[in-house]
Design a protein around this ligand. Structure first.
Ligand SMILES: CC(C)(COP(=O)(O)OP(=O)(O)OC[C@H]1O[C@@H](n2cnc3c(N)ncnc32)[C@H](O)[C@@H]1OP(=O)(O)O)[C@@H](O)C(=O)NCCC(=O)NCCS
Length: 158
């Protein structure tokens, strides 16, 4: 797939069904449709998606979100459909989120990630995120620790 076939777009109400399905596939059902609707309604939340092609704008294969809190971008989700992983789409989306955060005048970015999630940790580290601490037994499903990652300066590129 060439990047010219992909469409990077803000998530809108029309995408909600596809977003919830992607969430179920990639994140085990993190947020409900009402949760996503609240994100859409919030001026502090930015939701972006990648669609498979410009001709099928609702065929979402990846999504990401951050909350703008004071001068910080809190990345709340980043997910790529399993069959589209390792093609640079996660990096494209993360780069987009960081650019949007910078455009809002935000200065830093942070997130929590499961300590076993090597793929995500490698991606974030590629963008300069550093491990700043641990939240013990943060995830209720398996009592797994969360790593707290920070990017001190929102500089684009990796
Ligand atoms: C984490 C995730 C978003 C990465 O998406 P992706 O599109 O596969 O990532 P990319 O192809 O852009 O990879 C960029 C870099 O991340 C790292 N990376 C990605 N997947 C990796 C893996 N399975 N193992 C090791 N490193 C990996 C590599 O450094 C990679 O660069 P490279 O391909 O040049 O080696 C994807 O695996 C995913 O959706 N996982 C499930 C949801 C999740 O865990 N989200 C993060 C929650 S905080």
């Amino acid at each position: 797939m060439t990047s010219s076939e992909l469409l990077l777009k803000p998530i809108t109400a029309e995408d909600l069904a596809a977003v919830v399905e992607l969430d179920r596939q990639c994140l085990g059902g993190l947020w409900t449709i009402d949760g996503y609707q609240r994100e859409l309604d919030s001026p502090n939340s930015e939701l972006w998606a990648v669609a498979r092609s410009r001709h099928q704008p609702q065929s979402l294969i990846a999504m990401g979100c951050f909350w703008a809190i004071l001068e910080e971008a809190h990345i709340t989700l980043l997910a790529v459909s399993p069959e589209y992983r390792r093609q640079g789409i996660g990096a494209l989306l993360l780069s987009t989120l960081l650019q949007k955060a910078q455009a809002r005048g935000l200065e830093r970015a942070t997130l929590e990630v499961r300590s076993s999630n090597q793929a995500a940790i490698a991606l974030y580290q590629k963008f300069g995120f550093k491990i700043a601490g641990t939240r013990k037994k943060y995830y209720q499903d398996n009592q797994e620790d969360a790593l707290i990652l920070w990017l001190g300066h929102l500089v684009i590129g990796h």
